[in-house]
Design a protein around this ligand. Structure first.
Ligand code: GTP
Ligand code: MN
Ligand code: MN
Length: 610
């Protein structure tokens, strides 16, 4: 052990990686922790840290045998979701961040943040987490190092990424580039001051420097704000890398479907937060003879393969899924993975048996719970027991339906791309794009009613291009151009077919127009049959929708081809309003909007008024 200025004790895991060693030293000198600890990623270490988190009151160890080796944490009520208004893309030039991002000059931002980080880890341990996103045996592994003063973040990162000494050694051997990701909860402790269960700061800053590929996050301990390998690295920073290097980093699930004829297809799907990715990724098909396997539920890195095909890889090692609505009837595959244990739950409710519960886990709520705020709860309480954005954090290796291709560094060939949002009206259950460009148009105009996954009002319609609105690490116009450019590098015959889906359309009486969940396999089957050229479709002004008879309804009680027709109806009045919304949305891009997309909108307008 060595002692730096201000009495910081540094554990003796020296690294031969010079940049890393000097960055760790600099951060320790700035943040002034009691101790610097290098995370090795071992099971013993995890047990020790979890025990410390229980001791400090951050985590509760579950005693219900149905949740082996699992913990529940409860955040500060003001720290429950990603904070988009506090998220910044600090490129050198403002226009490189574009209208979808908050921006500040990087030097100004750094000097302000350095002020906040000065002494921010006093009284705490500073953890150094070497990690890799995606396979460690990738051609160029995507290394990162997160420095954090939150043991909860270490425990969660251990589930979401490959971390520890093995990663560090390979990074050293290659003298590899890594993304430095600095995180502090912003709650220094005075000598003798008692800690709170969930330290955080009302002043929150989630800041990205896309040009130098670095991240600084201050004030929040929750999810995407704090587990910096996830949204910050694998989407915001990675999207900027992807633009420069000719690939795509997307907010997508990856699903493998095998037909009764034993032909495999891979589907990537981009839906905004809390709009069904984890559910579709863990699909239990309700149609006979079809097999589903998962590769990923949130992030998809797509590179162009040697045959000009698009190949997808999931860079994550765990699921960080929305808990409410995940249940034995809606998502049994997630429940089975959770039942194997090793979970960290956040902001769910505690049962009297020492387990957890959330809305939708079971049909009937338990008679008594402790809600996420720590209060007694009964079904009569009239308020949710779990926070709507409560999460389960679970190793992906525990998913029974995990495809063995998940471990392949070269990923899988993507055959279809789905874009989808949460819309009560207007958007049909499924629409096949007329072309790749028309598909990009669908993605670029994707919209959804807002959910609890981000702070702010819920239920408002917002445009969310490719479900990446909060995650594009550069100018959104350049991002759409990049999608446009990718197509020129793909082999015509290998291009994925693009579809727009909406599981959330309502009928006149307010119910869902489509049963959703496992029955979404019927929609996927139609999409695959369209790829094979065997399913019927009806041409509409927006693209091709299924005919009532072309969706396989075998075994779906009480749902008729007429109901399919209602679910895919294209209402011209609704589309007239929609086109106005798209016009307004596109106006934000100014000159940066690709001409091909403007032409798509003009085409739609012409068809609408024809
Ligand atoms: P992030 O992890 O935040 O990016 O979100 P996600 O896209 O993974 O969302 P998730 O799968 O967790 O879905 C969240 C909500 O969508 C839950 O309330 C589900 O009940 C609901 N949901 C998912 N699939 C369907 C569906 O097919 N139909 C309906 N009606 N609801 C669905
Ligand atoms: Mn997500
Ligand atoms: Mn999810």
């Amino acid at each position: 052990m060595s002692t730096s200025s201000d009495q910081t004790v540094i554990d003796a895991v020296a690294t031969s990686h010079k940049e890393l060693a000097s960055w760790v030293e600099d951060v320790a000198a700035l943040t002034k922790p009691d101790r610097v600890y290098w995370v090795d990623g071992s099971a013993e270490e995890s047990e020790r840290l979890n025990a410390e988190l229980v001791e400090s009151g951050t985590l509760v160890k579950l005693t219900d045998p149905n949740f082996p080796n699992s913990y529940a944490g409860f955040s500060d009520p003001k720290d429950v979701a990603r904070v988009e208004e506090r998220t910044f893309i600090c490129s050198k030039k403002k226009e490189d961040a574009g209208f979808t991002n908050n921006w500040e000059d990087p030097e100004k931002m750094k000097s302000m943040l350095n002020g906040l980080f000065d002494g921010s880890m006093r009284g705490r341990t500073m953890y150094v987490i070497p990690f890799v996103m995606g396979p460690l045996d990738a051609e160029t592994p995507a290394y990162g190092v997160e420095i954090t003063d939150s043991a909860y973040v270490v425990a969660s990162m251990r589930i979401m990424a490959k971390i520890g000494t093995e990663v560090l050694r390979k990074m050293e051997a290659e003298n590899a580039f890594f993304v430095p990701a600095l995180h502090s909860v912003g709650a220094p402790l005075k000598p003798g001051q008692k800690d709170v269960a969930w330290p955080c700061n009302d002043d929150k800053w989630i800041v990205h420097f896309p040009e130098e590929r670095s991240i600084m996050s201050y004030g929040s301990g929750y999810g995407g704000n704090a587990l910096l390998g996830k949204k910050c690295y694998s989407l915001r920073i990675a999207s900027a890398m992807a633009r420069d290097e000719g690939w795509l980093a997307e907010h997508m699930l990856i699903l493998k479907l095998t037909s009764p004829q034993n032909k495999a297809y891979h589907i990537a799907a981009a839906f905004p937060s809390a709009c069904g990715k984890t559910n579709l990724a863990l699909l239990d098909p309700t149609i006979e003879g079809w097999k589903a396997e998962t590769l990923g539920d949130d992030i998809n890195w797509m590179r162009i393969g040697s045959k000009g095909e698009l190949r997808g890889v999931n860079p994550e090692y765990g699921l960080f899924g929305v808990a409410p609505g995940t249940g034995w009837s809606t998502n049994p595959n997630a429940m089975r993975a959770i039942a194997k244990g090793n979970n960290i739950f956040t902001n769910v409710a505690l049962t009297d048996e020492g387990g957890v519960w959330w809305e939708g886990m079971t049909d009937e709520a338990p008679a008594h719970l402790i809600d996420w705020l720590g209060n007694d709860w009964t079904p009569e309480s009239g308020r949710p027991a779990a926070h709507p954005n409560s999460r389960f954090c679970t190793p992906i290796s525990q998913v029974d339906m995990l495809s063995e291709d998940y471990y392949s560094p070269n990923g899988v060939k993507i055959d279809a791309i789905l874009f989808g949002g949460r819309r009560k009206t207007t958007i049909p259950l499924v629409t096949e794009a007329r072309s790749w460009t028309n598909g990009i148009f669908m993605g670029s105009t994707l919209s959804s009613e807002t959910t609890a996954a981000a702070a702010g009002a819920t239920g408002v319609i917002r445009r969310d291009p490719m479900a990446m609105l909060p995650f594009i690490g550069y100018n959104a116009g350049d991002y759409l151009n990049h999608w446009d450019q990718i197509s020129t590098k793909l082999n015509e015959e290998q291009m994925p077919k693009i579809f727009l889906v909406n599981w959330f359309r309502r009928t006149a009486d307010g119910g869902f127009a489509w049963p959703g969940f496992g029955d979404n396999s019927r929609v996927l089957k139609w999409a695959i049959d369209r790829i094979e050229g065997t399913a019927d479709a009806k041409e509409t002004i927006i693209g091709n929708v299924p005919t009532g008879e072309s969706i396989d309804l075998t075994g779906l009680e009480g749902f008729t081809p007429a109901d399919v027709e209602a679910a895919v109806a294209v209402n011209k009045d609704e589309w007239a309003t929609e086109v106005e919304g798209i016009e307004e949305w596109y106006a934000n891009f100014g000159d940066a909007l690709p001409a091909s997309l403007r032409a798509e909108l003009d085409g739609l307008k012409a068809r609408l008024s024809a």
